[in-house]
Write a protein that binds this ligand. Structure first.
Ligand code: PEP
Ligand code: MN
Length: 332
């Protein structure tokens, strides 16, 4: 249940309500809200005089639901906006991992040349094997910060575990919580304590209910700036790396108020399929696309098979612009 409190509520009453209802208290646009479990369907009558409005839910998808907030959340990065009532589709590009200054600078120049705004690059890689490249860590974040300064780009990079969450929050413009990390409540709670935008990637075995509940951890902790990212789920099919759940995207668009970014690169796993899949994603009218591109994909230290080379990325961009226009979207 979400409860909108009266403006002049006494702090003593607020504390009592929080305690009795086991509720989270957040401020949303100057408004005081209490959020309880969705199991609570009715407010004890003693509290009724203290409230302006209330919403009852049948699941713990509450703050992220359209039935609470019918308008899409806007993520304001200053130079670029995602979601809200903009018609923007952000095209985020860059390598899977930041590997070296020359490599990430080449990616930054590519985005600049295409007038795009957000550079991706992982520094703390959640690898399946401990023997694979694990990322440059803090050194990588510093290289990304340099690219922000030099090229005026916004930066997105992932947090793998709670040991470096503070560094990722400090040095990025959007914090990416990876598909494997999205169940880590230490990370989710740390990201709730900032106002920096957070992009949560759906785990490959995660139901839509669990996915939106991960978002609720961040929202109910006080950070309204959450983006959902569909990046493919695991099915019986093994010819492609994962299966991109566009039905799930349609469901999220219908029932959630959060902006949605799609990641065809990780879903497909092979560069040959990424351009066509990206067009299908754009046709869903989503708020963003995140595509891996590397100056020399065969030498990439992670996800080599799925990264586009820069020529391929430029060609894809060229093809996406008219498609975006025909859909009434601005590719930014
Ligand atoms: C990535 O974006 O490079 C990545 C590791 O993504 P995911 O968490 O979706 O596997
Ligand atoms: Mn990757």
């Amino acid at each position: 249940m979400i409860i909108k409190l009266k403006k002049n509520i006494e702090s003593r009453v607020l504390d009592e309500m929080k305690l009795q209802l086991n509720a989270f208290h957040i401020k949303k646009d100057t408004q005081d809200l209490l959020i309880t479990s969705s199991g609570i369907k009715e407010l004890p009558s003693v509290f009724e005089k203290n409230i302006d409005d209330q919403w009852v839910f049948d699941s713990d998808m509450q703050l992220s639901s359209k039935s609470f907030q019918n308008t899409k959340t806007e993520i304001d990065l200053g130079t670029v906006k995602i979601g809200g009532n903009t018609n923007n589709t952000v095209l985020i590009g860059g390598p899977c991992s930041v590997e070296a200054e020359e490599q990430i600078e080449s990616s930054a120049k590519l985005l600049k040349e295409l007038n795009l705004s957000i550079l991706r690059g992982g520094c703390y890689k959640p690898r399946t094997s401990p023997y694979s490249f694990q990322g440059l860590g803090k050194e990588g974040l510093m290289l990304l910060s340099e690219m922000r300064e030099k090229y005026g780009l916004k930066i997105i990079s992932e947090v793998r575990d709670a040991t470096h969450v503070k560094d990722v929050i400090e040095h990025t413009d959007i914090i990416q919580i990876g598909a494997k990390a999205m169940y880590d409540q230490g990370i989710l709670r740390a990201c709730a304590q900032t106002q920096k935008p957070v992009m949560i990637k759906r785990g490959f075995g995660t139901s839509l209910q669990e996915f939106t509940q991960a978002a609720e951890f961040v929202l109910s902790g006080g950070n309204p700036n959450v983006i959902l990212c569909e990046r493919g789920i695991r099915t019986f099919e093994t010819k492609t790396r994962f299966t991109l759940d566009l039905c799930g995207v349609a469901w999220l668009q219908e029932f959630s108020n959060l902006p949605i970014i799609l990641d065809p690169s990780h879903a497909m796993g092979y560069a040959y399929g990424v351009p066509a899949l990206t067009k299908a994603c754009l046709a869903m009218g989503v708020d963003g696309l995140i595509i891996e591109a590397h100056p020399d994909p065969k030498e990439a230290k992670s996800d080599a098979s799925q990264q586009l080379n820069h020529q391929e990325f430029k060609k894809l961009h060229q093809e996406l612009v008219p498609l975006a226009n025909s859909l009434g979207l601005n590719l930014v």
